[in-house]
Structure formats: structure tokens, C-alpha cells
Design a protein around this ligand. Structure first.
Ligand code: NDP
Length: 282
């Protein structure tokens, strides 16, 4: 009997994760024989659980909250984008048994913004709200699109300044606090805070979004998030949540593991249809 290759996502909490569904749909679509499971793993148990997973023959692992920094420390080798992000969401066992750490969050966001939604980034003013692990993963691919400005705003300005300092060699990136956003305008506002998860919003000036601008919330939910609603009420051309990014970052991981790129549009469409059925969405 042919042995099935095993993959998993570790995190805490994990029961809500859509990753097993997404990877199962990718595997069906591309004819790959594989299994992908979700496992609740705390930060304390991460090293033991990961070592056990790979020792048992596991091929690849996704890591989510609160494990991305631990995965970055765990990897034997890092891709350049993971090294810079200081966070890893994809671990892969290589032929020699060593573990490669990668970060596919940034390319996931970029593909959703530019390919799926046709949002132009070159020459535009971009504001990122929040300075956590997700922000670290998205700064480099955004800077590579040559925006005219990239500002990171955070409550704890020290964290925003630290990220800006790490990436300043790659382009014009600056840090500020929320009070400094008064009288400024941006063409694209990306919410990378975890505020949406509790229905909150950072304090945003009414005039923050330029005419014709767009909003993107990395968080996603069955109903429109607080930030997606903010975008809609401030006339954003696009006011999107992070479901597309989730599918796109998964596609990148799948491609690393299986050397075949799945089509993301049907999977995004299916997940959107399912949540529209389950909610009275926006
Ligand atoms: P972190 O915990 O690393 O960072 C959270 C950030 O949110 C911090 O900067 C924190 O500010 C800020 N924050 C939290 N609450 C508030 C609030 N009420 N008001 C203002 N700022 C607040 O989280 P991550 O960076 O890992 O994740 C951020 C978001 O991105 C989450 O919603 C996550 O689900 C989502 N995400 C989505 C992905 C996708 O594929 N769609 C992929 C990765 C992440 P401070 O530093 O001041 O405390």
C-alpha cells in the first residue's frame, strides 16, 4: 500500500483553522496523495511536538499563533524572506533530514492584493496598522512593489520602530504612533493588528483614507470585521478581509511541499460561498 505523506498545522487555538480544508481541496484539485491535520500545540510543547512530528516521517508543517517565532528559532535553515521576517509559518523536512523554515504570509498578501483584486502598489502611500509577527512578514514584499511611502503605526511605537529599522535598507519605511496619523492620508490601509479578533479598531482619523483608496484586514471572519466595516463606511473602493491571503499563503506552502501550484480562485470562491451561507455577511 502506498504511504501517504503527512502534513499538519500547529497552533493554539487551532480548532477554527481552515488550513486542513484548504490543503485537502488543493490536494484533490492537483491529484496529490497527502494528509493534512490540525493539532493543538502550545508554545511550551512546540519543540517536543515538532521534533516528534518530523521523527515520525512528517513532511511539512504550518505554524500559526503563537508559534511563528518559535518555528523561526527551530528551523535548521531559513529562506531569506523568513530570516528577515523573524517568523516562520512553513517548516519543510528536506532530503538530508534538516528542517527549512519559510514565511509565505507576505507573498500570500501580495498575491491577494495585486493578482486577485488588481490593487496597484507602485507609487502609492501604504499604512500598516500594527507591528506584530504578521507585519514583519509583509513589509518586504510590499516594499518590493515600490510604494511612495510605507508607514507602520502601532500603540507600542518601539515595536514599529524596530521593524522599520530592520527593513530600512529595502525601501522607504517609517514608524509612528496613532496620534501622528492626524492630517495624513493613505491609498491603502492594511490592518495587521489583532484588534479585529475582539471586534475592536485602532483609533483612526476620519480622513485617513484617500479618495479611491482601499482597506485590507489581515483578520477574517464569517461576518465583516470591524476594520472591513470601517473601510466600507469610509468609501473604500475595496474593503477586504484576509481570507484570500490565507488561501494564497497556503498555496505557496503547498507549492513548496508538492512542487505543484494549485489554483486558488476556486478555493477562495468555495470558502466565500460557505461563509456567505453561514452568515448575513457584508
Ligand atoms: P501579534 O500578536 O504578533 O501582533 C498584534 C498587533 O496588534 C500588535 O502590534 C498589537 O499592538 C496590535 N493590537 C492588538 N490589539 C490592538 C488594539 N485593540 N488596538 C490597537 N492595536 C492592537 O499578531 P500577528 O501579527 O501574528 O497577527 C495580526 C493579525 O493578522 C491577526 O488578526 C491574525 O489573525 C492576522 N493574520 C492573518 C493571516 C492571513 O493569512 N489572513 C496571516 C497572519 C496573520 P501592540 O504591539 O501595541 O500591543
Amino acid at each position: 500500500m502506498m504511504k501517504i505523506d503527512n502534513y499538519a498545522v500547529f497552533g493554539q487555538p487551532i480548532s477554527h483553522s481552515k488550513s486542513p480544508r484548504i490543503h485537502t481541496l488543493f490536494a484533490e484539485q492537483t491529484g496529490q496523495l497527502m494528509d493534512y491535520a490540525a493539532q493543538e500545540v502550545s508554545a511550551e510543547n512546540f519543540t517536543a511536538a515538532t521534533t516528534h512530528f518530523f521523527a515520525e516521517g512528517g513532511k511539512g508543517l504550518n505554524c500559526t499563533v503563537p508559534l511563528k517565532e518559535l518555528a523561526w528559532q527551530y528551523a535548521d535553515h531559513l529562506t531569506e524572506r523568513a530570516r528577515l521576517a523573524k517568523a516562520v509559518n512553513t517548516l519543510t523536512r528536506q532530503a538530508d533530514g534538516s528542517i527549512l523554515g519559510d514565511n509565505t504570509d507576505g507573498i500570500g498578501l501580495l498575491n491577494d492584493l495585486t493578482v486577485n483584486h488588481g490593487i496597484e502598489l507602485k507609487g502609492v502611500k501604504i499604512l500598516i496598522l500594527g507591528a506584530g509577527g504578521a507585519t514583519r512578514g509583509i513589509v518586504r514584499p510590499l516594499l518590493e512593489q515600490q510604494p511612495s511611502a510605507l508607514i507602520i503605526a502601532n500603540r507600542n511605537i518601539g515595536k514599529a520602530q524596530a521593524i522599520a529599522a530592520d527593513f530600512t535598507a529595502l525601501g522607504a519605511v517609517q514608524a509612528c504612533d496613532y496620534a501622528s496619523l492626524v492630517d495624513r492620508q493613505f491609498d491603502l490601509i492594511i490592518n495587521a493588528t489583532s484588534a479585529s479578533l475582539s471586534g475592536d479598531l485602532p483609533p483612526l482619523p476620519e480622513e485617513l483614507l484617500s479618495a479611491g483608496g482601499s482597506c485590507y484586514d489581515l483578520a477574517y471572519a464569517n461576518q465583516a470585521t470591524a476594520f472591513v466595516k470601517w473601510g466600507l463606511t469610509h468609501d473604500a473602493v475595496h474593503s477586504l478581509d484576509g481570507l484570500g491571503m490565507l488561501v494564497e499563503q497556503a498555496a505557496e506552502a503547498f507549492c513548496i511541499w508538492r512542487s505543484v501550484r494549485p489554483h486558488t480562485a476556486p478555493v477562495i470562491g468555495l470558502l466565500n460561498d460557505e461563509r456567505n451561507v453561514n452568515s448575513t455577511n457584508r
